[in-house]
Design a protein around this ligand. Structure first.
Ligand code: 3PG
Length: 211
């Protein structure tokens, strides 16, 4: 899974009120080249969207995001989540993912949280909210102490600052909602999502030296 993130270093958020929208958004992202997606548990229908996307878009690796409790983690795993992302580090959520043998990527914003994650065996952590928690400079500082931890900055990442984050050796991938704007989803303008995904992938390929 972590190897996959390294080669697919942009993780879009999928937030949908219904299954059709979730499927359309995910297919649009995959068409644009982004095949690791995070379905966020922020709507009533999120778990059914997660299940539908995990089963209906086999080209995609589908994780659950905004997982706040162990109950939500277990329900997400049951729905087919391939990884679990949270905005913060809550031990029972990490343990639920570890018990199911899938990656937990909890959010951290301080050294103490990184160290707690490290002691739970985690070597990939979400850095959230990236732009407010210190941005690239904070990641550099954390990198000097936690040398084997890689981060997924999320929160304020956009096409404009993506390359700055991805250029850091301790950034495994970046996450964000800029790839799936609500305005495009509401208008059914899925081509826009494909366009944003290809643009992000092009930036990632340049930074990671794949072109
Ligand atoms: C998240 O939970 O990962 C954030 O809401 C994403 O932040 P963004 O909307 O600034 O990309």
């Amino acid at each position: 899974m972590l190897d996959k993130l390294d080669s697919m270093p942009v993780v879009p958020l999928v937030q949908a009120d219904d299954i059709d929208t979730a499927l359309n958004v995910t297919r649009a992202l995959v068409e644009g080249g982004l095949s690791v997606v995070e379905v966020v548990l922020r709507t009533e229908a999120a778990l059914e969207c997660l299940e539908a996307v995990a089963a209906g878009v086999p080209e995609a690796t589908v994780g659950a995001g905004t997982v706040l409790s162990s109950e939500q983690a277990e329900a997400s795993i049951e729905a087919g989540a391939a990884f679990i992302v949270s905005p913060g580090l809550y031990v029972p959520v990490v343990e639920a993912a570890q018990a199911a043998d899938i990656p937990a990527i909890p959010g951290v914003a301080t050294a103490s949280e990184v160290q707690l994650g490290w002691n739970m065996g985690l070597r990939a952590l979400k850095f959230f909210p990236a732009s407010l928690a210190g941005g690239p400079l904070m990641l550099k500082a954390l990198g000097s102490a936690y040398r084997d931890v890689r981060f997924m900055p999320t929160g304020g990442v956009t096409a404009a600052n993506l390359s700055e984050y991805l250029a850091l050796p301790n950034v495994i991938a970046c996450g964000g909602s800029w790839l799936t704007p609500m305005s495009a989803i509401e208008a059914g303008y899925y081509e826009r999502i494909t366009q944003l995904a290809s643009e992000a992938m092009a930036i990632a390929n340049v930074v990671r030296g794949n072109v």
